[in-house]
Design a protein. Structure first.
Length: 40
């Protein structure tokens, strides 16, 4: 699955709506760690 810039922005907006702004920082942290693990 190859994510381009616009696709990624749309997905992030959907996640923001689903989870709400309160959970976003911890969610972003988890996503960042997942991306790092995935790139290894």
């Amino acid at each position: 699955m190859n994510l381009a810039g616009p696709d990624l922005i749309v997905i992030l907006l959907i996640i923001l709506v689903l989870f709400g702004a309160k959970k976003l920082p911890e969610l972003a942290r988890g996503m960042g760690q997942a991306v790092k693990e995935f790139q290894k």
